[in-house]
Design a protein around this ligand. Sequence first.
Ligand SMILES: [Zn+2]
Length: 289
Amino acid sequence: MADTIAHYVSPAGLRMSVAYTTELVRQAQQLHQLSPVAAAALGRTMTGALLLANDFKNKEGVSIRIAGDGPLGSIHADAYESGKVRGYVDCPHVELPLKGPHKLDVGSAVGRGMLYVTRYSLLRHPYQSAIALTSGEIAEDLTYYLTVSEQIPSAVSLGVLVNPDTSVAAAGGVMVQALPDAEEHALSAMEANLQELGPISHAIQTQPSADILATLSRNLSFRRLSENTVKWECTCGKERFERALLQLARDDKEELLHDENGVEMSCHYCNAVYRLTPGELQELFGLKG
Ligand SMILES: [Zn+2]
């Protein structure tokens, strides 16, 4: 089944987005050899970035960086161009004891620190906001961020379920936001529905999406605005690498030209490796070696 994100609106003043991200979290896990707790942390963050980047019409993109002092180091995720996402964690192999039956201790792996959110859109300049992490569990942190920093009362639920063999069983998330005219009964119905649904990753593993939507819509009416496929994809490429090299100072360029091995760079997001031989460098820089 392809990963998807769907956006809904209710006349009672609610906006809801539901993301299914099992495949793309599996891809991230294979690419980065993520331990279970790292897969959960990165999977939640990538799903959160997709949920936050909800203005697909204006090609909104969202980058999230979670800079905690825990053993995972920083978590990086970018969602862009209507449904593409990529991400990595500084220390992908971290293992921590479970904090309960089947409960990965993402909060301890992330630790204390800051959450940075950058929004890009065709409509305005990129802007970044930062807020201190509340729990490091990511969904709570994003909920707090949206409510305090963007001043939209929100509920975010994110989940990655990992099998005993450490493969990813299910991943996804739900974001609900209250519009200024939200009706009181709608807020309490939504709260009850989220409670009823329980952990989103478990729901995704055990129920068809129609049942999940039915639970989330109980006593509320939602109209679907859009549904898009979402997928893992990196933006890197040799041209980007060359453009970055061209921005170096002249002295640095000359130093690179003297290295008989040429230059090599690997992408943190997808591990792709780009190489330029001394001859290619010389041609790129238009300098004499
Ligand atoms: Zn890449």
